[in-house]
Design a protein around this ligand. Structure first.
Ligand code: C2E
Ligand code: MG
Ligand code: MG
Ligand code: MG
Length: 291
């Protein structure tokens, strides 16, 4: 009888697994549809220089408009990244849409960097750089303002291929950021092998900065490495004035997070920029207590 029960549970797990695979499959097909039907849209979240309040640029974040609601990447990006063809199509879409947006903003007098997130499967695809070239050919003026964000985890998957892809980007004049830094155990050695010009401290560390000495140590260490390698550092997920203050004191100048702005539709950014004022606590002398 116990054996029967065991088989029953096993069958149940199998059914769960099949349901799960079926859901992923369905989601992937819906997403392909969404790409073709134009249901995808980019929202933009500002990255600002805390030391003087200037706007460094915007990160482009994908959103899926479906039946009047906005689906967030957490509900579909994993399923998308399981299929190389889909990641590539998404990557081509965001590169094109971001380059077009840069051109619009430049025409309106806004010199903002725009960064796009590129999935590992796309970055490691030999066709990645052809996709970049396609977009740059159509938007040559956008080139120096376009930045590629690659997660540290993706970069560590295949360092040689990643380096080759990122080097090709830099040769074309693009900027490169290492995203979610601190989560993939990258060492200084790895860091100096990648042609990045910016590191983004993962929001998990930023969120713990004021409470956990360990998070503070990781951030301080990263900032020291970054200074040695001449890299910009962006703190993700800045939600309080105090976090920003401490980051500034540690030598981190650029911040991104809900305190500054949530990701917004492109049309909303000019009004946001007109009203943007950094907290008084951030302004003033740029002294850093850390070396
Ligand atoms: P990410 O690149 O690390 O993006 C930062 C995420 O943190 C965004 O979530 C953003 O809305 C959120 N965030 C920003 N400020 C704060 C804050 O102060 N507090 C908190 N709690 N969160 C904050 P989002 O837009 O849901 O994107 C999640 C992830 O999905 C991104 O993480 C990125 O890995 C992926 N993703 C987004 N767009 C794309 C895309 O176009 N292509 C690919 N391949 N991945 C994308
Ligand atoms: Mg990112
Ligand atoms: Mg990130
Ligand atoms: Mg993150």
């Amino acid at each position: 009888q116990a054996k029967d029960a065991g088989r029953g549970v096993h069958r149940l797990f199998e059914r769960d697994r099949e349901d799960h695979l079926h859901r992923i499959d369905l989601l992937q097909r819906e997403f392909l549809d969404a790409l073709e039907q134009g249901e995808l849209v980019l929202h933009y979240q500002p990255k600002v220089d805390m030391s003087n309040g200037s706007i460094w640029g915007m990160e482009a974040l994908i959103r899926w408009r479906r039946d009047g609601e906005l689906r967030m990447p957490s509900s579909f990006i994993e399923a998308v990244e399981l299929r190389a063809q889909l990641v590539r199509q998404l990557g081509r879409y965001v590169l094109e849409a971001a380059a077009m947006q840069i051109d619009h903003w430049l025409a309106a007098g806004y010199e903002w960097y725009v960064s796009v997130n590129i999935g590992a499967q796309h970055l490691l695809d030999p066709a990645f750089i052809d996709d970049v070239d396609d977009v740059l050919r159509r938007h040559p003026t956008a080139t120096p303002w376009l930045q590629i964000e690659v997660t540290e985890q993706a970069a560590l998957r295949d360092l040689v291929t990643t380096r080759r892809a990122l080097t090709a980007c830099r040769e074309r004049g693009l900027a490169v950021a290492l995203d979610d830094y601190g989560t993939g155990h990258a060492s200084l050695t790895y860091l100096q092998e990648l042609p990045a010009n910016q590191i983004k401290l993962d929001q998990r560390f930023v969120g713990r900065l004021l409470r956990e000495p360990r998070a503070l140590a990781i951030i301080a260490g990263t900032l020291t490495s970054a200074r040695l390698l001449n890299l910009d550092v962006v703190a993700e997920g800045v939600e309080s004035v105090e976090q920003g203050e401490l980051l500034l004191q540690l030598g981190c100048q650029i911040a991104q997070g809900y305190l500054i702005s949530h990701p917004l539709p492109a049309e909303a950014l000019a009004a946001w920029a007109a009203g943007w004022q950094p907290p008084a606590e951030w302004m003033g002398d740029e002294k850093s207590v850390w070396f």
